[in-house]
Design a protein around this ligand. Structure first.
Ligand code: 5AD
Ligand code: SF4
Length: 443
């Protein structure tokens, strides 16, 4: 998975299609993959349903769930209860990762839920909707050749899945149990879809997968041998696509060929989300991450040679057996790499995972205190990084009135709200506050 996480719900907004009679209210928890799955669900239902922002007038209420940590699972049941109170007449469906691993248990705990649809079964949303008390959680289901209808929130950028599932066995992570085995989506389908998007005016594409740089390891159909670097090269040949992003690569598979492509392909944005998890080689082993602190630092050293590159990361503190010295190793990597952004979490024991049964679980208070130290130090680093942005000139895709993202993933504001929409412009940074920069268009 290893992509940046957001445990807050996202209320999906999409263009209104006014002729539809029924109304769909959908909340999305968790990662970018879930956001994409929700878009696919909306697209699949678009001949019958239009989106509403108000659960009280919805005919169908869907919660697309995350189970990577315990908190969002608890949130699911409280949110379900609150929504049912607001609108007891709506039909309720629970989709996503929690649906995969809890299955019919969800209907037991919340009997007003009409169906449960796992994260690996998104294309079966209509079947779920039309089958009373359906529980569709088939982890072997193959939807890698299913072409979803498309909906897009932003006319200039889109996200596209390049694989499903995860073959890794990170000992803390529930995802392989909720999204199943890793399968890559055939390259011609990906390219065909991106070509279509480009023809519609999309300039930036983000390739999505749990371990994108393991692309091509296994297909469900016969397929020529390709890897992620091949895919990046093919995507960059598409006219109209000016920027390519991807999330998330696994440090273990960050070989020299991939890093060279990342550095030298001018269409690839110079931002990499590179999930560290821990700076201690001992803990990385217990986590089954497959790399050492030295390997991670070596990869980052190579990446840092790229001018103005950003490196962001995920870090877990309080993994079973984490000593003060182990934590100091994580702090040491923070000092050395000076990540532009970190997503940091207290370890949360998850069902069906190896680490949940490990001895030496770390005291929650100790873990929380480490998280605080990590985040505090990172905030200081980020202040210094922000100051260094002043005077730089970045290429910014203006995605919304007066705002966009730099190539290296900073949010950048410009004063003009009525100009440059959809354009990639050069912005000279004049002000910087943590992750939000502002400046003036110079070209
Ligand atoms: N506890 C805490 N954080 C976790 N993550 C994954 N599983 C757990 C867990 N059990 C974090 C990892 C991953 C990110 C998406 O969520 O850092 O990269
Ligand atoms: Fe990412 Fe590891 Fe979980 Fe797979 S098992 S999704 S690689 S953290």
């Amino acid at each position: 998975m290893d992509c940046k996480r957001n445990e807050n719900k996202t209320q999906t907004t999409t263009r209104k299609i006014t002729s539809k009679v029924k109304k769909l209210y959908i909340e999305t928890f968790g990662c970018q993959m879930n956001v994409k799955d929700s878009e696919h669900i909306i697209a699949e239902l678009s001949d019958e349903y239009e989106i509403t922002q108000n659960p009280e007038n919805a005919d169908l209420i869907l919660l697309n769930t995350c189970s990577v940590r315990e908190k969002p699972v608890q949130k699911l049941f409280s949110e379900l209860g609150a929504l049912n109170k607001k609108n007891p007449n709506a039909k309720f469906g629970v989709c996503g990762c929690t649906a995969s691993h809890m299955g019919k248990e969800i209907i037991k705990r919340a009997p007003f839920v009409s169906f449960v649809l796992g994260a690996r079964n998104v294309s079966r949303i209509k079947e779920a909707l039309n089958t009373p008390k359906a529980v569709i959680t088939d982890l072997d289901y193959d939807e890698t050749t299913y072409v979803f209808k498309n909906t897009r929130k932003n006319p200039y950028k889109d996200f596209i899945n390049i694989m499903v599932g995860c073959d890794k066995k990170c000992s803390y992570c529930i995802v392989p149990k909720t999204r199943g085995k890793e399968l890559s989506i055939p390259m011609d389908l990906i390219i065909g879809q991106i070509e279509k998007l480009a023809a519609e005016g999309v300039k930036e594409i983000t390739l999505l997968g749990q371990n994108v740089n393991n692309y091509g390891k296994r297909f469900s159909v016969s397929h020529p041998k390709v890897d992620f670097t091949d895919l990046l090269r093919e995507v960059s040949k598409i006219d109209g696509i000016e920027r390519i992003r991807f999330t998330s690569p696994h440090p273990l598979h960050a070989d020299d060929r991939f890093l060279e492509e990342f550095a030298n392909n001018p269409k690839i944005c110079k931002h990499i989300h590179f999930p560290l998890q821990s700076g201690s080689t001992k803990l990385l082993k217990a986590m089954r991450r497959g790399y050492s602190k030295e390997w991670f630092l070596n990869r980052c050293e190579i990446i840092r040679q790229i001018p103005d590159v950003s490196i962001t990361t995920d870090i877990i503190v309080g993994f079973p057996g984490e000593s003060e010295e182990d934590f100091e190793e994580t702090m040491d990597v923070l000092e050395k790499v000076r990540f532009e952004q970190i997503f940091s979490f207290v370890y949360s024991p998850r069902p069906l995972t190896e680490a949940a049964d490990m001895p030496n679980q770390v005291d929650k208070q100790v873990a929380k205190e480490r998280l605080y130290r990590l985040q505090k130090r990172h905030a200081e680093i980020l202040d210094e990084i922000a100051k260094n942005q002043i005077g730089k000139i970045y290429k910014v895709l203006i995605e919304e009135p007066g705002m966009g993202k730099s190539d290296n993933f900073f949010t950048v504001k410009i004063p003009q709200k009525d100009k440059y929409l959809g354009e990639i412009v050069d912005v000279k940074i004049t002000n910087a506050n943590k992750h939000t920069l502002s400046g003036e268009v110079v070209k």
